[in-house]
Write a protein that binds this ligand. Structure first.
Ligand code: NDP
Length: 240
């Protein structure tokens, strides 16, 4: 039987490329999304991959979402925690709700989703969890104390959970993407983006498929000795 994967935020951007890559690798994929119905419907029509709506920052919704996926597709073997948001602003302008939202979705979502699948993976003695961090969690970024803290937290979360999963055959790894050409980066003003690209040694933005390549590598059957690691995919911009 094909392995079952959940990709959070899996219907557009980097998540869409991850869903497609895992599907092409032979897995049965459930692509989660938050509320952009139009993109989710178009994605499912185009790819045949089922999409499921729930908010990863809502603990009960994650439990119910995983239950639904397991009832329809089978036990979850692979979890890719990709859903993420930004609410940028300098400390002076950052409100408490901008902080909470980013922490709750980016970092809280990883806890909620891992909590929902971890016991089942342990019982079946197999699991692959990949958390999408960020170069800005490794290096920090002006105007992003919330996002940098959440993404940096993901890297600590990964190292801790990998120790708990190791004996049960569950690997837990992170990918730290650099700047990737998605709608999230399209929101960055062009003059700022130009300066960012000038600092990337390969001299371009990354492609979503280049992150997906790392995910399929870490989720492979023969990747069982790779755990607790962070794979930086950033065109050489930051060497951690
Ligand atoms: P996009 O904004 O293009 O897509 C975000 C995805 O996450 C969407 O599918 C969205 O669903 C989903 N999502 C957002 N909030 C929630 C939520 N509360 N519950 C469930 N799903 C949610 O982002 P990217 O593809 O650019 O980024 C993907 C990941 O990669 C993020 O974690 C991001 O932080 C990280 N990253 C991105 C970089 C980049 O350069 N783009 C660089 C480094 C890291 P919906 O469609 O319904 O809105």
């Amino acid at each position: 039987m094909a392995r079952v994967a959940i990709v959070t935020g899996g219907t557009r951007g980097i998540g869409e490329a991850i869903s497609l890559a895992l599907h092409e690798a032979g897995l049965t994929v459930a692509a989660n999304y938050a509320g952009n119905e139009e993109k989710a419907r178009a994605f499912t029509e185009r790819t045949g991959i089922q999409s499921y709506k729930w908010d990863v920052s809502d603990f009960d919704a994650c439990m119910a979402g995983v239950q639904q996926v397991e009832a329809e597709l089978g036990p979850v073997d692979v979890l890719v925690n990709n859903a993420g948001i930004t609410r940028d602003g300098t400390m002076k302008r950052m409100s408490r709700s901008m902080w909470d939202e980013v922490i709750d979705v980016n970092l809280g979502g990883c806890f909620n989703m891992a909590k929902a699948v971890f016991v089942g993976m342990s019982e079946r003695k197999f699991g692959r969890i990949v958390n999408i961090g960020s170069i800005n969690g490794q290096a920090g970024q002006y105007g992003q104390v919330n996002y940098a803290a959440a993404k940096s937290g993901i890297h600590g979360f990964t190292k801790a959970l990998s120790q708990e999963g190791a004996r049960a055959g569950i690997t837990v790894n992170a990918i730290a993407p650099g700047y990737i050409d998605t709608e999230m980066v399209a929101a960055v003003p062009p003059e700022v983006l130009e300066k960012i690209v000038a600092r990337i040694p390969v001299n371009r933005l990354g492609k979503a498929e280049e992150i997906a390549r790392g995910v399929t590598f870490l989720c492979a059957e023969d990747a069982g000795f790779i755990t607790g690691s962070t794979l930086s995919i950033n065109g050489g911009q930051h060497m951690y």
